[in-house]
Design a protein around this ligand. Structure first.
Ligand code: G3I
Length: 404
């Protein structure tokens, strides 16, 4: 019987109540994380879950590092909102994804409506980035350097940066960020780029453009604000790696129901979709992590922007886990233990040893054992259904049962 170090660590877990980050790491990812925002940090129950590093290994400030907050008037910098979340992540021992530097939205009017020429706006961008990235130097695993610069057809979005500087603003921003914190991973981040198409092709173009200008770009962030029923593909991720980035990540994942109240079948489909996204990341070696755009429906941005839609996260408004949580947990567990789950990943080379009798599939073999956390049943499951001693096969949802 041979166990990997990661599996041994998994087996030492006290319980299954908080485990997404722990399982994600055991499956070969760098983190499973969540966005958060300042107003929510007075909610003790919420913060307790957010701060549990077995559950979340990474935080992203949902607002506090945006231009509107960090440089509300020219040359006047404020870091109190961003610092609150950076400090929380540091005290919890969580990675920080920093968000975001150059974005047309939440941009103070002194920038968006200023009368600039290329020299003055270059100076404004350089000053902003060197100050903000400099302030957070050494604290950010990654920065979303440029955010949402593309229209749906893949052309460049018209904004003050593009209007004045043309496409040179991409390399300008990436160079300034690299100079201010050489160790931060630098990302282009956008939505609706999880599948091949015009916008995905636009991202490939940006990556190549930035690299051709001699600037560093490390990653592409796929926001993944999805609607139940939609699924991401691996080929988009592969196209970004092919263009020259070394990593990709799902950076703002949520999967909303288009009508409320949610039905049990809607929540089941949502669970399936969350599982599909998780599997897609696990199956691409360059995909380093998944961040959900806050973890609970209680604090989701969606109802405010899409009235009548929502319930997009993996915890409900009462901080109870939804079927989506169970499926994400199960998919990660299966990848971590080599116990199936549908991934085709080659990433988990250090985490795949289980026991000599555990199967990866087959036709419900009887001489087998599924280790703790592994899949033991569910619709379409043809693998082993016998749980290791001390664990029982528990139904998570119609598609997934797990040895717990
Ligand atoms: O801070 C003010 C507060 O003082 C005021 O009382 C309140 C009244 O509405 O508004 C507060 O500001 C809100 C801010 O969030 C902080 O809560 C803004 O109105 C609101 O528009 C803003 O929404 C944010 C949105 O970006 C703005 O574009 C969401 O929280 C945030 O989750 C969302 O995040 C974006 C990513 O940055 C980029 N990708 C898309 C994603 C979702 O839109």
């Amino acid at each position: 019987m041979l166990y990997s170090t990661a599996l041994t660590a998994l087996l030492a877990l006290p319980g299954a109540s908080a485990q997404l980050n722990k399982l994600a790491k055991a499956a070969g990812l760098l983190y499973f994380g969540s966005a958060t925002d300042n107003g929510e940090l007075s909610d003790r129950s919420y913060v307790n879950i957010l701060s549990n590093t077995d559950e979340f290994g990474q935080l992203t400030p949902g607002n506090g590092q945006k231009w509107q907050y960090t440089e509300p008037s020219r040359g006047s910098f404020s870091y109190s909102s961003g610092d609150q979340i950076a400090s929380l992540a540091a005290s919890n021992g969580q990675l920080l994804r920093c968000h975001t530097l150059v974005w047309y939205s939440q941009l103070p009017s002194w920038v968006s409506s200023g009368s600039w020429n290329s020299q003055t706006l270059t100076s404004v961008v350089n000053t902003h980035i060197s100050n903000v990235v400099g302030h957070y130097k050494g604290k950010c695993y990654a920065w979303d350097v440029v955010n949402e610069a593309l229209n749906e057809d893949g052309t460049y979005r018209t904004n003050v940066f593009y209007n004045v500087l043309g496409d040179s603003y991409f390399a300008l921003a990436f160079k300034a960020a690299a100079a201010a914190d050489p160790n931060a991973k630098l990302y282009y981040n956008d939505y609706n780029i999880e599948n091949p198409g015009s916008k995905q092709a636009g991202v490939v173009k940006i990556v190549k453009l930035v690299k051709a200008a001699g600037a560093k770009i490390d990653g592409v962030g796929m926001q993944a604000h999805l609607i139940v029923g939609s699924t991401p593909s691996q080929s988009a991720m592969q196209s970004y790696v092919g263009a020259g980035v070394t990593e990709v990540a799902y950076t703002e994942l949520d999967i909303r129901l288009s009508s409320l109240p949610s039905s049990s079948s809607g929540l089941a489909q949502q669970a399936n979709d969350y599982g599909t996204v998780t599997k897609a990341c696990l199956a691409e070696k360059a995909c380093i992590g998944i961040t959900i755009w806050d973890y609970t429906d209680k604090y989701s941005w969606i109802p405010g922007v899409f009235p009548g839609q929502g319930d997009a996260l993996i915890y409900d408004s009462n901080l109870n886990k939804k079927p989506a949580w169970t499926t994400v947990s199960s998919v990660l567990a299966a990848a971590a233990t080599g116990g199936g789950g549908g991934t085709t990943t080659t990433r988990a080379t250090t985490t795949t040893m289980v026991t000599s009798t555990t199967t990866q599939g087959g036709s419900n073999p009887t001489s087998c054992t599924v280790v703790q956390w592994g899949q033991c049943g569910g619709q379409g499951w043809s693998g082993c259904t016998v749980c290791a001693a001390g664990t029982t096969c528990q139904v998570g949802n119609p598609w997934y049962s797990q040895c717990l």
